[in-house]
Design a protein around this ligand. Sequence first.
Ligand SMILES: NC(=O)c1ccc[n+]([C@@H]2O[C@H](COP(=O)([O-])OP(=O)(O)OC[C@H]3O[C@@H](n4cnc5c(N)ncnc54)[C@H](O)[C@@H]3O)[C@@H](O)[C@H]2O)c1
Length: 329
Amino acid sequence: MEKKELLYLSSADVESVLSRRDVIDTVEKIFRQAGEESVVLGQNSFLSTGDGKPNRFIAMPVSIPQEKVLGLKWINIYNQPAEGYPFSHGNLVLVNDTETGSPLAVVSATNITTMRTAGGHGVIGARCLVKKDPKILSVIGCGGQGCNGVGGFLEEFKSLEEIRLYDAYPAACEVIAQMYSESGVEFKVCSTVKEAVEGCDILMTCSSSCEILVEKDWVKPGMTVIAINGFQDIDPEVVRLADKWVIGMWQEDLLHYTTSSDLTHGIKLDESMVYSDIPELLSGKKAGRENDEEILIYSHMGMGAFDVACANIAYTRAKEKGIGTILEI
Ligand SMILES: NC(=O)c1ccc[n+]([C@@H]2O[C@H](COP(=O)([O-])OP(=O)(O)OC[C@H]3O[C@@H](n4cnc5c(N)ncnc54)[C@H](O)[C@@H]3O)[C@@H](O)[C@H]2O)c1
């Protein structure tokens, strides 16, 4: 019988049913399924706002047959946002039932985006590449990604003792230090990028800076670099310096890094420089870190499949608990 209603979940609804652990596990599951080619990654569609500003929307369609759902992530990336607005907000995910085609849920997904990125695929990348028992995490850029990234790394790496924070606005670092003050980890707000980077085990770059903040020479043997924002805020030459460059998914990422000069400051990166993708590491087809001296770098521009899978978990849990707003179709 035709479905007559769907569930709307607000950010607060999502937060009440979706934990950091859920997101990390879901991202890992999606990487594995994508590696087995059991996720259908539709063609992402980039839509310019057409008003002469460097602003656009991205539609990311995906089908996840093993979860019996398909859906669409719809996000805005505004490099020139309206006054008082962030560069991206109000992300939405639409979840449909694969068998019937019916819409199941519309999910407010801005917090899913931040949780599944630095705190989701960033964490999985680090798990595959980091030295045993990492002690020091450095975070460059302390906005939404930095904040949720710290949450995800604290959830995953219980050995962390120190987290260094750097941002153009030190107040953003203080917010994170305060938020996780009961974690037992020492937070250090750094006044220079170099101070934050030197001697860390994991370096996560997740600022919105279009200028290089991390210089190649600061990246030393043993470090694992998690480059959330491509190579916009870290010298792309780190790829040549590194022993291995791992990307999220061959089919999703390669095009970004080899064709978008925005992500690489015009420096030519090509397929031959890539060692592996995450599904190959998770399946054991390729080795991750092989000794404590390797410099390893991971970058991934994200997949709508993470968002749709997380939104589906939130929908399933919310339905069980009677959370959310039922909307008539
Ligand atoms: N790879 C992915 O899957 C993925 C997904 C979502 C977002 N992103 C990228 O992650 C980046 C961060 O996103 P966000 O939501 O945290 O943004 P945000 O605006 O919440 O935070 C960005 C932070 O970077 C800081 N920053 C900007 N320029 C700086 C500079 N020159 N020096 C120091 N700090 C600086 C800002 O002060 C801010 O605190 C964005 O560029 C976004 O495109 C990547």
